[in-house]
Design a protein around this ligand. Structure first.
Ligand SMILES: [Zn+2]
Length: 367
């Protein structure tokens, strides 16, 4: 594939900046910042993982989103693609981190646009469904227009450097990179300016356990990128995908609230697999439950399994979210639990669902 060769060349030339190299293959289920993630990565970046996958494909079967992402690469002009390779740390990270560090729910720059009503309704519904404190979570969007603004790019890069998400850069280097990217982006067509790749992400963030004072001061967040929503529309999962991903991300907030990240295996890969599979199970429980979304369990599983851009077979990686088969079993587990509710309207407490899941985790992993 043409683009793959170009990526390889770029990598051989050492263009890929460290943040990309940190990339574990994996998931999109953009992981929360938590003790479970030992690496300097506050949020996972699925598009970065997709690039890595383009260079060194894993053995995992492609997901529904993979083909879509390949197409996005293929549609770029050579100049655009070369620019992306050279400036990927800005293009693939800045909208995500801009929302993380500077976004607030009341700011129009981060207002939900695509799927807004659907996301807001599901969010409210989840707050009612799960018996945890969730009033303090800020629901917001991330848009790609931050990439047109040198000031927003610069402040985000600076915050990333300060947080250790990027290697040290001088103020002058940051200003120059910000200006270079903004100038290039302003001259591009809309397809490139608003490319779904820049915002192909959704994540839950909680500062709990963070020691950096700047990060520790950030409020709980649930952030949806325009790109992930556009991707779901494109692959025919626009009705279920966003709601199910919202449920997965909300499950991470339930875990934050109940201290789930503080217990479990000490091995980072095992720890992440446990909390990710649990989030899939909880999302499926909610999405198929009569008192939740009452969706068809097959559609829910499709949506959950597509929500990571590359096959996640990197078992030892701290970002490991479980193999597709394990994730499918976790989703089935949640749907079975919902179907077994007696009466059908009975919703178990979050604590009870987690407890039951822990009891079955070994079976879900082993198959
Ligand atoms: Zn997740």
């Amino acid at each position: 594939m043409k683009r793959t060769l170009q990526w390889s060349a770029a990598l051989a030339a050492g263009t890929l900046l460290p943040l990309g190299m940190v990339a574990t293959t994996a998931t999109a289920a953009p992981a929360p910042s938590s003790a479970a993630h030992s690496q300097h990565r506050l949020v996972d970046l699925p598009a970065k993982d997709a690039l890595q996958e383009a260079v060194a494909p894993s053995e995992c079967a492609p997901t529904l989103l993979d083909g879509y992402i390949d197409q996005l690469f293929a549609e770029m002009s050579d100049a655009q693609f070369a620019f992306l390779v050279a400036h990927q740390d800005v293009l693939l990270s800045v909208p995500t981190y801009d929302a993380l560090f500077f976004g607030t729910a009341g700011d129009p720059d981060y207002a939900l646009d695509s799927h807004a009503a659907q996301l807001r309704n599901t969010y409210r519904d989840l707050q009612r469904f799960w018996d945890i404190e969730s009033d303090d979570i800020q629901l917001m969007a991330m848009h790609s227009d931050s990439l047109l603004d040198p000031v927003r790019i610069a402040r985000t890069l600076e915050a990333m450097v300060d947080a250790g998400e990027l290697p040290p850069m001088t103020d002058a280097a940051i200003a120059q990179e910000a200006q270079t990217v903004a100038t290039f982006m302003q001259a591009q067509d809309e397809a490139f300016q608003d490319n779904p790749l820049w915002t192909l992400n959704a994540y839950a963030f909680s500062a709990e356990g963070e020691t950096d004072p700047v990060i520790a001061a950030l409020p709980d967040k649930l952030v949806f990128g325009d790109g992930i929503l556009e991707a779901y529309d494109a692959i025919g999962l626009g009705d279920v995908g966003p709601r199910v991903i919202m449920a997965h991300e909300f499950a991470h907030h339930v875990q934050f609230e109940l201290g789930t990240f503080d217990t479990g295996p000490t091995d980072p890969a095992e720890a992440t697999r446990r909390t990710e599979l649990m989030a899939d199970a909880m999302a499926s429980y909610y999405a198929t439950h009569k008192k939740g979304l009452a969706l068809n369990s097959k559609r829910v599983t499709d949506a959950l399994l597509s929500f990571y851009s590359v096959g996640d077979c990197s078992f030892a990686s701290p970002g490991h979210h479980g193999t597709p088969l394990q994730r499918e079993r976790a989703a089935d587990w949640g749907a079975d639990l919902a179907a077994a509710a007696k009466p059908r309207s009975l919703v178990l407490s979050a604590e009870r669902v987690i407890e039951l899941f822990e009891e079955d985790l070994a079976v879900i992993i082993a198959g």
